[in-house]
Design a protein around this ligand. Sequence first.
Ligand code: NDP
Length: 487
Amino acid sequence: MKRLTTTAGNPIADNQNSLSAGARGPLLMQDYQLLEKLAHQNRERIPERVVHAKGWGAFGTFKVTHDITQYTSAKLFSEIGKETELVARFSTVAGELGAADNERDVRGFSLKFYTEEGNWDMVGNNTPVFFLRDPYKFPDFIHTQKRHPKTNLRSATAMWDYWSLSPEALHQVTILMSDRGCPKTPMHMNGYGSHTFSFINASNERFWVKFHFKTQQGHDFYTNAESAEKIGQTREGYQESLFGAIDNRHFPKWKMFVQIMPEEDADKTPYNPFDLTKVWPHGDYPLIPVGEFELNRNAENYFAEIEQAAYSPSNIIPGIGHSPDKVLQARVFSYADAHRYRLGTHYEALPVNAPKCPVHHYHKDGNMNFMGQKTGHVDAYYEPNSIDEAAKEDPSYAEPPLKISGDADRYNHRDGNDDYGQPRALHDLFDADQKARLYMNTAEAMQGVPEEIIERALGHYDLISKEYGGGIRAARATLSGAAQAAE
Ligand code: NDP
């Protein structure tokens, strides 16, 4: 039998009854067991993520299937057959921690690879682009996805007001309103790094790279009506499907690909290759196979291992670097900052976040510091120092310099950008049924929005193509006809 104890290990004789002066009370202040129990309950919640609060995840293994060492020296890709452990977390963006899983929304798609040179966090989405290209817009954009301050309800008016004033969002909104905006389970969607990153090879040459993770389960989706029905049956559809699949040993798999752009091409492409609202067309930069990962182990404790899994694009490894993408650069700051606020200063030392390689740094003390000194020597608590055993910088890891020049200014991120061409290319890929669902999903999402905002949005859709704008208008007419018939 395991003996029940307090958090300090003191045996507990009675875990059913509080200590009182007589059967009818009052309670005694000295009942520390009761005080500890109540105090812990009060502290069970931590701040939920401002975005991507509702999530599902699991552990797995990545395996290299193709040689890409000409592009990157990252050790996880060093040889075919090499395996690296990872933890994945998927999420919706807008809903809170208790939101229903099967809502139409973009999905987060985050992978933490525990490599021998530290953790590589691939903090992506299930879409290759995003709603904005300048991080200055991010808080405003997210406010439109969250609750109205007075009604405490989500506001379609706020969403369409923002989108109709932000044509760079059209590409992502098209994906959101298409079939891929409502995947059936987290296993039925792709993942994308979305941003452009760097690969750096053993000769210290830089390439620009985009990451793709293609579902091996196939794409599958719910229509709006099907997702409403699903949510009526269960709010936890993703947790049930992902946890259940792994529990039943049906391990989901994704194949990894990269697109590679030579460093000097960045000045030559007709689009800005660091613009998060754009893809690199496959015809220009074909997908190169890299490997495959499977998810094969559920967490033993959801809170400890999935809720506290802290991903940040700041976590890169030798051979993988950042890029001039402005949104990526802001995320390098804001994700780690969010985790310090949410989990605490030493969030990287939590077991799910802790690297599997040695960690040496000179950060000191701080709230809940249970790791002690990490410098490699008791006398080394500052740097530089004369202590041979203490941790030191290693110039051999220096990245090649970024060849960038320009005047510091607040550049208008909408100047000279074609916001219509890539949504048009996507729209043109859809068959008639996919288009019909796209138009109807968009029309449904516009319900209740003032006409002048809808007209402004439709003006943008017309610029993508008359067929697209006209399709949404026809779907709106169908909806309003159905509403009149019902009256
Ligand atoms: P391609 O025809 O070579 O690629 C089109 C890609 O579109 C497919 O490979 C697939 O991406 C994705 N796709 C296919 N069906 C759907 C769908 N129903 N909903 C969403 N995405 C779908 O053309 P381009 O590379 O020139 O791209 C054309 C358009 O395709 C882009 O403007 C973009 O909107 C979209 N796209 C492009 C991607 C890219 O990285 N080039 C990635 C995803 C979408 P996947 O293979 O990743 O499943």
